[in-house]
Write a protein that binds this ligand. Structure first.
Ligand SMILES: [Zn+2]
Length: 304
């Protein structure tokens, strides 16, 4: 009730938005999840969203509604290690809304993998390549263009999840950073499709990712596709949601052919799977692999 009154009050105090401004922000989001935040008004306006030290300025787009509505929307990320309340400040036409979003903890799984030793202890001669890849990725993730992302995201390959986002990984007995994407089952040479409209930021061979594609969907939302056997696009190409961009394969640090599908939101890695749902799942996780599901099904069968 209190929240409703605040919202109503905000609307009444906003004459330039013709008394119809509505702020849409979730009050809790799970770690490693992306979430949309929006302001809607009955006339054109601009909004700014301050989140984790970065301000995104957004021009409201006209919605296909009658009477017409304008909506300024961003996709933001709750980092995998976020704790407690995280503040978002939204400003539209001189009205400020300040919301604390609670980070909901997620019990991330652990996965144990075996790969070629050169991917755990990279030899000296590839360090330059690794540093170059890191610089190229950093530059790509710093891109801030106009919004072209739309939800739900489109599934890049039909296969199930073999290794979910966020898993703490142990390669050949050594702990490494959590998994920053989702591994999906996909045979060598199968089509890989863009998750949303965008522009190809890079399409090149990297040491760990093998043949990799990064697509810019605007506002710092970037999808990545790794271990490809072939490219169907090049840097600078405009792509449409569902367009074939490459073929899956087993290049880079892999245990076999699959697609590594990543999503970075203003540089922060999030689980892309909840955004394949409509509406997006913002509280929940971790995503389950097909192996967990098989185990669960086997347990359920033996329990009967
Ligand atoms: Zn992966």
């Amino acid at each position: 009730m209190k929240r409703f009154l605040i919202l109503l009050l905000t609307a009444l105090l906003l004459p330039s938005l013709a008394g119809a401004a509505e702020f849409s922000v979730p009050d809790k989001v799970s770690q490693g999840h992306a979430f949309p935040a929006a302001v809607t008004g009955s006339a054109p306006f601009e909004a700014s969203f301050l989140w984790r030290g970065e301000t995104l300025r957004v021009r409201a787009e006209q919605e296909k509604t009658s009477p017409p509505l304008w909506k300024a929307q961003v996709l933001l990320a709750m980092p995998i290690d976020a704790r407690g309340g995280q503040r978002v400040v939204i400003e539209a036409e001189g009205v400020k809304k300040n919301v604390l979003i609670q980070a909901v903890p997620v019990a991330w799984p652990k996965s144990i993998l075996k790969v070629a030793p050169r991917y755990v202890e990279p030899p000296r001669e590839v360090r330059e390549q690794i540093a170059y890849d890191a610089a190229r990725s950093k530059k790509a993730l710093a891109s801030r263009t106009e919004k072209s992302w739309t939800l739900p995201l489109s599934r890049p390959v039909p296969g199930g999840i073999t290794s979910p986002f966020g898993g703490r990984r142990v390669f050949n007995g050594q702990s490494r950073a959590p998994h920053k994407g989702t591994d999906m089952r996909s045979p060598e040479g199968a089509q890989v499709k863009a998750a949303a409209d965008g522009v190809v930021l890079l399409a090149e061979k990297q040491y760990f990712g093998g043949n990799s594609i990064y697509i810019d969907h605007g506002q710092g939302v970037v999808s990545t596709y790794a271990h490809l056997s072939a490219f169907d696009v090049k840097e600078g190409d405009m792509v449409k949601k569902g367009q074939v961009i490459g073929r899956s394969g087993s290049t880079g640090r892999v245990t076999g052919p699959h697609l590594h599908f990543g999503l970075l939101v203003q540089g922060v890695a999030v689980d892309a799977m909840p955004l394949l749902q409509d509406p997006p799942q913002i509280v929940g996780g971790p995503s389950r692999s097909i192996f967990d599901q098989q185990q669960k099904a086997a347990k359920a069968r033996s329990a009967r």
